[in-house]
Design a protein around this ligand. Structure first.
Ligand code: 26W
Length: 810
């Protein structure tokens, strides 16, 4: 694109003057960001068009990854990296008097996701393009992303995230690709040439307009598409909107507002299902618009409809896009005139489904009344799928009414979306070995019995391009210098680092990079909290969504206990610790919000207590996001992955920390199990109940939280501090709900049960950190094994084992 720095500078200067009509000297960082971003996108345009042309001419099989969330974060740095011009641009801008890092800060995060599931989708897009697969994202262009979090008085306050305020330089509005999505209305049936025809009448039409974002692969030539849909009103409502004839202007405005609300905001709920009509609308809107546009592209290939499964794979990211299934059935039958069996065979061969959670409160179940009214034709199809499926169950398991009730798609006036997704997919996968095992043996046991070849595991991954090359360039360079650069395209070759794990000079280089990263984070913390952080303290980090099962509470109770120990013995010998938290709570999740308040309260008490003498410091960094994660993770010494075993499907933060040389303190949950398999007991700090034990307690009882409260004086002391007047408890009721959840509700997530073993493990961490060489060795071993968790590895498996696609060589 630019062969060298000088040609970049020239092009950049000319473009800037041409576009802004002002000289470089007067340009702001925001100006530079905008010009540079547009230049990069336009530059990618040629390869984008060529990639699409190649797909079309070769008729390559295309994968479409449907997801209600794509948590992309910022794109400038990663696009420069993947285009191979990061250094040229950095140096060129420096010559012109600008700092690339500051320019990157001008970009708003695309925060169109809640957490793990959305960020996974973003990593997958990067890997798909980088490995040269024909794989694209289908999403919604929410006007407002996940709320911006402010901490006021220790409490979380939510502000709207209007991320589009300064335009999005990466997207291209494609009005020529718009489609119509229909809601409400009635279905009239009639016979035509001996066939039953379904007419959808009196519907409300919505215009779906796509905004395309180029997804630039690491070879820069391969450019895929993330197509995000925006909901707009029909331009000629009088023609298409039956219920008012275009005469009532107020009705039109009402209609317009209601339509635009569909892509207005991202639901901020993570792992908590709520049967909101607008959410159902969003889901169908995504499925219908995405599918229509895919089929339009397919039709241009002039292939018979029967070949669809050879040319298109549809993946659904959790159950949120499950309506893709009845929507595809509808189009195949009502538009293309296929019979049920043929349509069903095509659909099931095209669709695959990933499950991301076993939390029962997250399972989607839509009231049939709502589905029937909003999507009358879709509902008929779901009913028919259910009837046929139950028929099959009856003939396979005659008389087993109980099994039918447990497995039916429609049950007690609700549509169980997971059941629909399993029945209509050719592949169902979990996201880590343990999670998949729990799905197959417990949560979805009956389905696995019926379809034994359908279930499979695909352990999650993260893109090493964003999370190592971009977030921690010094470490990436050090790896280059030691094992060469082949690992960049073959991340599993990072294993070659293991031979340096005892090399003193290599260790010192790793240490010095970590220290630099810690200094940078310390500067950031100073800018937010005006407190100096000791870069020689252990940076102990827990960043992720706030949820009871993730047990931020265990972490903060342990810190409170440490504080109590220091108060008892101010000369206590310990390596200073800096505890860092970052977490957003769903706005209606009261317990989670109280835990945020507790963290901030403990932080305030501890940080200002002179007795502590800097032994511990606690920071809650507000507005945790992708771009903040990129600052925090490279600076961590300890990664807290402490969910109640069996509850965290995989975790992906755990992998990011590992790749950046942090040591994990964790339970045997999610992908921690596989990390442990690789690095062993010596290089990870494991503690707590195992998944089997947790599930056993749930099934058979036998856990009494109050016994631990009564029997462990450390536990009693910290819990009493929550409710008895003192420095932590200013208002008697402030932390009552937390206290009750642990004692009166018997501590659903075994915080107290795991407390002792967690305390012990932290003592062990303190001891281990004092042995500098051993610690660095452990860190290097972790980095070396982390290549296995590159999403390149994960995506290769999806490609070969689920989607049946190969790379497309350009
Ligand atoms: C409908 C409400 C709702 C919203 C989001 C229910 C469930 C979800 C997601 C499935 C929650 C989620 O993000 N799950 C996380 O997915 C990651 C990627 O697979 C895993 O690494 C995490 O362990 C899992 O919690």
């Amino acid at each position: 694109m630019f062969n060298d720095k000088e040609s970049f500078k020239q092009v950049f200067r000319e473009t800037l003057i041409g576009k802004l009509g002002k000289p470089l000297e007067e340009a702001s960082n925001a100006d530079v960001y905008k010009i540079l971003g547009n230049m990069i996108r336009e530059n990618a345009g040629k390869n984008w068009a060529e990639t699409n042309q190649k797909y079309k001419v070769d008729k390559d099989k295309q994968v479409y990854y449907f997801s209600m969330e794509f948590l992309i974060g910022r794109l400038l740095g990663n696009n420069l990296l993947n285009m191979g011009v990061l250094e040229v641009v950095r140096e060129g801008l420096a010559d012109l008097g600008f700092c690339l890092q500051d320019i990157e800060e001008e970009e708003s995060d695309a925060g169109l996701g809640n957490g793990g599931l959305g960020r996974l989708a973003a990593c997958f897009l990067d890997s798909l393009a980088s490995l040269q697969y024909a794989g694209h994202g289908c999403g919604i262009r929410y006007k407002y992303g996940l709320f911006e979090q402010k901490i006021v008085d220790g409490y979380q306050v939510e502000l709207p995230d209007y991320w589009l305020q300064n335009d999005n330089v990466w997207e291209v509005r494609r009005e020529d690709k718009q489609v119509e999505v229909r809601f409400w209305g009635a279905i009239e049936t009639r016979e035509e040439n001996g066939r039953l025809v379904f007419d959808h009448t009196q519907y409300e039409a919505v215009r779906a307009v796509p905004y395309d974002v180029p997804i630039i692969g690491a070879d820069r030539r391969h450019v895929n598409t993330l197509r995000n849909w925006s909901a707009e009103s029909i331009t000629q409502p009088s023609r298409t909107f039956g219920s008012f004839a275009g005469t009532d202007y107020h009705k039109f405005l009402e209609y317009k507002r209601s339509v635009e609300s569909i892509s207005e905001f991202l639901y901020p709920d993570d792992s908590q299902y709520e049967g909101k009509l607008l959410r159902l609308k969003q889901q169908y809107f995504l499925c219908s618009a995405g599918l229509q546009s895919i089929l339009r592209t397919y039709n241009k290939l002039a292939l018979p409809i029967e070949l669809l499964p050879d040319k298109v794979a549809l993946h659904i990211n959790d159950t949120h896009p499950t309506l893709l299934i009845p929507e595809l059935m509808r189009i195949l039958m009502d538009v293309h005139g296929l019979g049920w069996d043929e349509a069903w065979s095509i659909t099931t061969r095209m669709v695959s489904y990933t499950n991301h959670t076993i939390l029962s409160e997250a399972l989607e179940k839509w009231p049939i009344q709502m589905v029937r009214e909003l999507l009358p034709r879709i509902f008929l199809i779901i009913e028919e799928i259910n009837a046929r499926f139950c028929g099959e169950l009856m003939s396979r398991y005659p008389g087993d009414q109980n099994r039918i009730e447990q497995m039916a798609i429609i049950h007690e006036d609700q549509v169980r979306m997971a059941h629909l997704a399993i029945v209509a997919s050719h592949s169902v996968n979990g996201v880590a070995a343990l999670h998949t095992e729990i799905l197959m043996k417990r949560e979805m046991r009956l389905f696995n019995e019926m379809y034994p070849h359908r279930f499979n595991n695909k352990t999650n991954g993260i893109t090493h391009r964003r999370w190592l090359l971009h977030a921690n360039p010094d470490l990436a360079n050090l790896i280059n210098q030691s094992i060469g650069t082949r690992w960049v395209s073959h991340p599993q070759e990072m294993i070659g680092l293991i031979k340096y794990c005892e090399d003193a000079s290599f260790q010192e280089q790793v240490a010095s990079i970590k220290r630099q990263n810690k200094l940078r984070l310390a500067e950031y913390i100073y800018s937010k909290h005006s407190v100096h952080v000791d870069p020689d303290s252990i940076f102990d980090v827990q960043v992720k969504r706030l949820h009871a099962y993730k047990r931020q509470l265990l972490n903060i109770l342990h810190i409170l206990h440490l504080y109590n120990q220091i108060k008892d013995n101010p000369s206590m010998d310990m390596v200073p610790r800096t505890f860092i938290f970052g977490a957003k709570a769903a706005p209606s999740y009261h317990l989670a919000k109280r835990i945020i308040k507790l963290i901030n309260t403990v932080a305030e008490v501890v940080n200002k207590d002179p007795d502590v003498k800097g032994k511990i410091r606690i920071f809650f960094l507000e507005n945790y996001s992708v771009s903040l994660a990129e600052k925090i993770i490279p600076a961590a010494d300890i990664s807290e992955q402490i969910s109640t075993a069996s509850k965290e499907a995989s975790g992906t933060g755990n992998m990011k920390f590992m790749m950046n040389g942090a040591l994990t303190v964790g339970t045997m949950d999610g992908a921690n199990v596989e990390m442990h398999e690789m690095v062993g007991d010596n290089n990870m700090f494991l503690f707590g109940l195992r998944a089997e034990q947790v599930m056993d307690y749930y099934q058979h009882g036998g856990y009494h939280a109050r016994d631990i409260y009564n029997g462990d004086s450390r536990v009693k002391e910290v819990l009493d501090q929550l409710i008895k007047p003192g420095p932590i408890c200013c208002h008697a009721t402030e932390f009552e709900s937390i206290f009750h959840s642990l004692l009166d509700n018997n501590d659903e997530f075994f915080v107290l049960k795991d407390f002792a073993s967690y305390v012990e493990t932290h003592v062990e961490i303190d001891r281990a950190y004092r042995n500098r060489q051993e610690w660095l060795k452990k860190s290097i071993i972790n980095i070396g094994h982390s290549g296995k968790f590159s999403s390149d590895n994960t995506i290769s498996r999806y490609a070969a084992e689920i989607w049946n696609i190969s790379p497309v060589r350009l």
